[in-house]
Design a binder for this molecule. Structure first.
Ligand code: ATP
Length: 242
């Protein structure tokens, strides 16, 4: 179980998150929704150890991991896929994968990545920066996968990608879930995120304003009242603050 308890966090003088509590139970998918600037990325940064909260606790399997550096959280099974991919463009696909693999499991990692994204198998010797945008995102996700994490935080991983690639990415998220990995997903394709989620949190101006199961989400109300957005979701249109 991954948990944030009463987290307040921000940058310099700016407070972005206010007393946010959230849980990601083992093997579940939690969707984190909210308009632009609500603090979703900031929450993922706190969760993954990139940003230290001002107050509140971060717990993994009951253990207080608040303020632990990101590499130690990664060793404990936490993986963050940031907005903008986070791959090493000058290294080859193989090198990008191998560096994430547990020691002694490098070849298994290559096989595992190829099983999830067959297109990467043909491109192992290619510098990652020469892949297409969609392939780079697949590589970023494959790097997470080969690290064999317990909990993965995904920040808008389908942003700007072709619909076919978005389908591949959602199939991959299903695979991760089926293998028992917990996911905390920030996603612009709201209907698709709700379709795979077990639980939903809605963040507005740094506070949780709704928490419940996807079936409890009254689409019209949530979208218009909290997200200030058109209900033709799934179009990739992003929310705006009113
Ligand atoms: P979006 O959907 O636009 O990515 P978000 O919900 O992920 O939004 P955050 O990126 O967490 O929101 O930003 C929340 C607030 O924090 C915004 O007002 C933003 O301007 C501010 N902010 C984000 N990063 C920084 C930073 N490094 N320094 C100062 N302020 C920041």
């Amino acid at each position: 179980m991954f948990e944030l308890q009463g987290v307040t966090a921000g940058y310099g003088e700016t407070v972005v998150l206010r007393h946010v509590s959230l849980s990601v139970p083992p093997g579940s998918v939690v969707a984190l929704l909210g308009p632009n600037g609500a603090g979703k990325t900031t929450l993922l940064r706190v969760a993954s150890g990139l940003l230290r909260p001002r107050s509140g606790r971060v717990r993994l399997d009951g253990e207080d991991v608040t303020g632990r550096p990101i590499h130690r959280l990664a060793n404990a099974g936490i993986c963050h896929v940031p907005e903008g991919r986070g791959i090493f463009p000058s290294l080859t696909v193989r090198e990008n994968l191998v560096m994430q693999a547990p020691p002694g499991r490098e070849e298994a990692a290559i096989e595992r990545a190829g099983a999830a994204f067959p297109v990467l198998t043909d491109r192992l010797a290619q510098p990652a920066g020469t892949l297409s945008g969609g392939q780079q995102q697949m590589l970023a996700l494959a790097r997470t996968y080969v690290a064999e994490p317990k909990v993965v935080f995904l920040d808008e991983v389908s942003m700007g990608l072709a619909p076919r690639v978005v389908d591949t990415i959602f199939e991959f998220l299903d695979r991760l879930r089926a293998e028992g990995t917990s996911l905390l997903v920030v996603e612009q394709y709201i209907t698709r995120a709700l379709a795979i989620a077990d639980y939903v949190y809605l963040l507005q101006r740094g506070r949780v304003v709704f928490a419940g199961e996807p079936a409890e989400v009254d689409g019209e109300r949530v979208f218009s009242e909290y997200l200030g957005m058109d209900t033709s979701v799934g179009s990739g249109r992003r929310g705006v603050m009113r």
